[in-house]
Design a protein around this ligand. Structure first.
Ligand code: PLP
Length: 372
């Protein structure tokens, strides 16, 4: 298989699997128990916490592990609204957010909170003037992601946080696709991340919280994570996340250079019948979302079964509905259905990427009755 679905999940790094191994096998102890073994596991979790905090790279806050970034985003939004002062009842977000944000906002809307979903331009970027207009003393939180999971564009999160703060609101940044790949600008009060997007294990995420901006708890129980998030932590998952974060920090320049070369090679191979969806400058280059008029993206995926790529987010791919992100850019349903997302990174070779792109291009030509 040629794996080109790095936005859905990333291959587990060998160093991560190795770091996790002892904690899966004999060191199965509960990290919250007072025994020597429990304390050793707790210490390993604290090392991992520091490693993830360092990869996030923001000052003045702390991090709680969660079961996923989806949980972290739910917690950030619902817990912030619960603690918000009377009269600050509104959430501002954008139409191209991940379902974890949009559906949490919808749910809060159904519970009586107000919701503003701002549009993006044809390049996928938020217009800061639109945000300024939407902000006032009724806004509790602004939620905008750093790197879009479907089209890879990078929102101006530092400016968004500044405007949110000027209006007295908090800023939540979904940095799931940005961690270890692009710098997270200073400004956000809450940052959600996920291990499996940075070559770590699935089933663990985290919420970084600026001191003083901690949301009210969502998951109640033993209060293991700073008294704010309950549930026994898995030392194996935490250690795996820590190892993945450390590697991402250490290899940031190397990974970035590799991904830029892959992007150039893929574009050179594609030719002019394909159009890149979203801004080509403000983007993470390991996400190549493209469309070609008249092509059926789903058919391409089933025609090329040994290449793993997708139509957009894993969630959107299952539903059969055209992507809400591509629709938000102004693509027609037809153009959205003729779009595909190629995601590549640390372990993709140029040879396999260029070979896959060549085959995708000729399968698209074959669909249109063109000689391949
Ligand atoms: N936010 C973004 C931008 C994502 O790409 C994803 C994963 O698809 C999530 C949130 C959810 O992360 P998790 O799989 O850890 O719940």
């Amino acid at each position: 298989m040629i794996y080109l679905d790095y936005q859905a999940t990333t291959p587990v790094a060998p160093e991560v699997a190795e770091a996790m191994q002892p904690w899966i096998a004999d060191r199965f102890v509960n990290p919250h128990s007072p025994s020597r073994w429990g304390r050793e596991a707790a210490a390993a979790i604290e090392v991992a916490r520091k490693q993830v905090e360092q990869a996030i790279g923001l000052p003045g806050g702390g991090l709680a592990f969660t079961g996923s970034a989806t949980e972290a985003l739910n917690w950030a939004l619902k817990g912030t609204l619960e603690k918000a002062p009377a009269g600050r009842n509104r959430i501002v977000t954008i139409t191209t957010e991940h379902a974890a944000v949009l559906d949490s906002c919808e749910w809060l809307g159904s519970r009586g909170h107000d919701l503003t979903r701002l549009p993006v331009g044809p390049d996928g970027l938020l217009n800061l003037g639109d945000l300024e207009e939407a902000l006032d003393e009724r806004v509790a939180i602004v939620a905008v992601m750093l790197v879009n999971n479907e089209i890879g564009v990078i929102q101006p999160v530092g400016d968004i946080a500044r405007l949110a703060h000027e209006a007295g609101a908090l800023m939540l940044c979904d940095a799931v696709q940005g961690l270890g790949r692009v710098e997270i600008p200073e400004g956000p009060d809450l940052v959600a991340v996920s291990a499996h997007k940075v070559h770590g294990p699935k089933g663990i995420g985290a919420l970084w919280m600026r001191k003083g901006a901690e949301p009210a708890p969502l998951v109640h129980g033993g209060g293991q994570e700073l008294g704010l998030r309950s549930g026994t932590l898995s030392p194996a998952l935490c250690v795996g996340f820590g190892a993945a974060a450390r590697l991402a920090s250490e290899r940031r320049e190397q990974d970035r250079g590799h991904v830029e070369r892959l992007w150039d090679a893929a574009l050179a191979q594609l030719g002019s019948t394909w159009t890149v969806n979203g801004n080509v400058e403000h983007r993470y280059p390991g996400n190549l979302n493209i469309h070609r008029e008249g092509v059926d993206g789903a058919r391409l995926i089933s025609d090329l079964r040994d290449i793993a790529f997708s139509l957009g987010s894993a969630c959107a791919s299952g539903s059969g509905r055209p992507s809400h992100v591509l629709r938000a850019l102004g693509l027609t349903d037809r153009q959205a259905r003729s779009s595909i997302r190629l995601g590549f990174g640390r372990y993709t070779t140029e040879e396999e990427l260029v070979g896959a792109v060549r085959r995708i291009d000729s399968a698209a030509g074959a669909q249109q009755g063109l000689a391949a």
